[in-house]
Design a protein around this ligand. Structure first.
Ligand code: SAM
Length: 310
């Protein structure tokens, strides 16, 4: 997959950004502090340990490669304002992994609560250690559940989200419909279910796409197998380091590659009253701008969001 064109930046190999706020350089934003810093004697620079397969934390590398929680919070704010008319407060993050989004959500406003759900105790422990520990009093507004996302519970949420295509773990119609129905039942009336999907003419090819990540490592999205008969795919994530070491198959996903018409139909069948596809319409290579669309040209590779209202 060509790396330099705009479309390929929308593959799962790329972090998703929703028009990140452009920060001023620190020296422009805070002239007084910058002048003060300049007047201070310079400390010896800290020795930064180069990343290596032996010393890295694969969950940290994953987050730095494919997650952008602040951009996703901006999108949730925009969608809830537009589609619900009121700001969302309670968020459930399904397949939460290290619960990066949930921790940022509760930290972003004192009225916000979050519940992260994941089956894997190890990934939850990594999130507790690296994110929840530094939340302070906001941690009281976060719940992490080691459970299956399909478990029915009484609590209702303003928003449920399932990101980075994790729900593709459900490889047949009945299983995915069951999950969508359980999400529908977990939402407050008018609440939103937001999820992402990928596709495009290159998305069904067996190929590897490497990308340099800030901090000195290479992230590789490896579309290892694609079966056109049942759309079963196996994808891997590898991390490679400058010292020649690598974490091959740091993560492996055996998924069904779902198409947008299938997903829309299943969401409607599960009871959602209104389903929209948000497509990236940014013309600038480095920006993204997700807008509701009904008709678009196909691209070599794209990532979009579906937003479904209860
Ligand atoms: C690709 S990671 C997603 C991490 C994060 N949410 C993101 O956006 O990048 C998928 C996660 O789903 C979890 N998972 C898989 N099946 C699950 C299920 N049925 N219920 C809950 N979690 C599940 C895995 O343990 C894994 O942490």
């Amino acid at each position: 997959m060509p790396k330099q064109n705009k479309a390929s930046k929308r593959t799962p190999a790329q972090p998703k950004k929703a028009q990140p706020k452009k920060a001023l350089p620190k020296s422009q934003a805070q002239p007084k502090q910058a002048a003060k810093r300049a007047a201070q004697p310079k400390k010896a620079p800290k020795q930064r340990q180069a990343l290596s397969a032996a010393t890295c934390d694969r969950h940290d590398l994953y987050e730095r490669s494919v997650q952008d929680p602040d951009a996703e919070i901006e999108l949730i704010e925009r969608w809830s304002k537009k589609l619900c008319g009121a700001p969302a407060r309670s968020l459930r993050e399904d397949f939460c992994g290290t619960a990066l989004l949930s921790t940022r959500w509760v930290a972003s406003h004192p009225s916000r609560t979050a519940t992260g759900v994941d089956l894997d105790p190890k990934v939850l422990a990594s999130g507790r250690r690296r994110h929840v520990a530094e939340l302070g009093e906001a941690a009281a507004r976060l719940t992490l559940l080691e459970d299956d996302v399909r478990t029915r519970r009484a609590e209702r949420f303003d928003v449920v989200c399932a990101y980075n295509f994790s729900y593709w773990i459900f490889t047949d119609r009945r299983a995915l419909l069951d999950y969508f129905r359980s999400v529908h039942g977990s939402l407050a009336q008018g609440g939103l279910f937001t999820l992402d999907a990928y596709g495009g003419t290159e998305a069904m090819s067996v190929q590897e796409e490497p990308r340099q990540v800030k901090g000195g490592f290479t992230y590789v999205w490896d579309q290892a197998t694609f079966n056109p008969i049942d759309h079963r795919v196996v994808n891997h994530i590898h991390f490679r380091f400058k010292d020649g070491t690598a974490l091959e198959r740091a993560f492996t996903y055996a998924w069904r590659f779902w198409t947008l018409p299938e997903l829309r139909e299943l969401l409607e069948e599960a009871g959602f009253s209104h389903v929209e596809v948000y497509w990236d319409v940014a013309s600038d290579e480095d920006d993204t701008s997700y807008r509701p669309r009904k008709v678009v040209d196909n691209q070599p590779a794209w990532v979009c969001y579906l937003v479904a209202r209860r």
